[in-house]
Design a protein around this ligand. Structure first.
Ligand code: MN
Length: 238
């Protein structure tokens, strides 16, 4: 009798353990299948925060001046953060991840959330200028496979940025199979809305370059290759 009871408890413990492991496996499968949710950005106490720059404001000069960073990060991005935080209370998106808002919201809610997601990815991908800057490893290989060579990729990407009419973003993204694609997204749109995983971007809104390059958008885009932190981009492709 006592032995039976002991076995019974062992069995319960064993079943519990199986359940925990199964749940854990399910969560992992969901995360793996939903790359968007892997990178979700959650609000803190119901509010989104202005992202901290991982470099000094003058670190990207002369490609992007401290003045441009001051306006672009300190004023434009801050305004999107403040606007979204003002719209969230008592909406269905209160407490939701940025990506979820971008996938489901409309109007001002979508535009401000989209611009925060876009700029967070944009500002985090830069480093001080470096000559002969290029990706390595698996990402470099995927770029060669999709576009022929790094040079051909840069040409195609620059064309996407230069020919985007009005305000928007040129993006390098990965599809569900890991294949790389370049897209043009108007205004505040983000590749997550197409089911893509955004890796690298160039902001072609005039506020991103006008102080330093005035109307010379292609010159600005060409200079950006020197400050792309390919380690950050590669980490988004894992
Ligand atoms: Mn911008």
């Amino acid at each position: 009798m006592r032995k039976d009871r002991k076995n019974y408890w062992h069995l319960l413990l064993f079943l519990e353990l199986i359940e925990i492991l199964t749940k854990f496996a399910d969560i992992n499968v969901n995360l793996k299948n939903n790359t968007v949710m892997k990178k979700q950005t959650m609000p803190v106490d119901g509010k989104f925060e202005l992202m901290a720059l991982p470099y000094a404001p003058d670190a990207l000069a002369p490609v992007i001046s401290a003045d441009t960073i001051g306006f672009h990060h300190g004023k434009h991005l801050l305004a999107y953060v403040n606007n979204l935080n003002a719209l969230l209370p008592e909406s269905e998106f209160e407490g939701k991840a940025l990506e979820e808002i971008v996938l489901k919201a409309e109007g001002g809610m979508l535009n401000n959330a989209g611009q925060i997601l876009n700029h967070n990815l944009y500002f985090a991908q830069f480093m001080a200028p470096k000559a002969d800057n290029a990706p390595t490893g698996r990402l470099a290989q995927a770029i060669d496979e999709a576009f022929g060579s790094f040079e051909a990729f840069k040409e195609a990407f620059a064309k996407a940025g230069a020919t985007l009419f009005g305000s928007g973003w040129a993006w390098l993204s990965a599809d569900a199979d890991g294949k790389l694609v370049i897209t043009q997204e108007p205004n505040a749109a983000n590749p997550v809305q197409r089911g893509l995983d955004p890796l690298m971007t160039m902001d072609v809104w005039e506020h991103a370059y006008y102080l330093d390059y005035q109307n010379r958008r292609p010159d600005h885009l060409a200079a950006l290759w020197n400050i792309i932190d390919w380690d950050v981009v590669a980490s988004r492709y894992e």
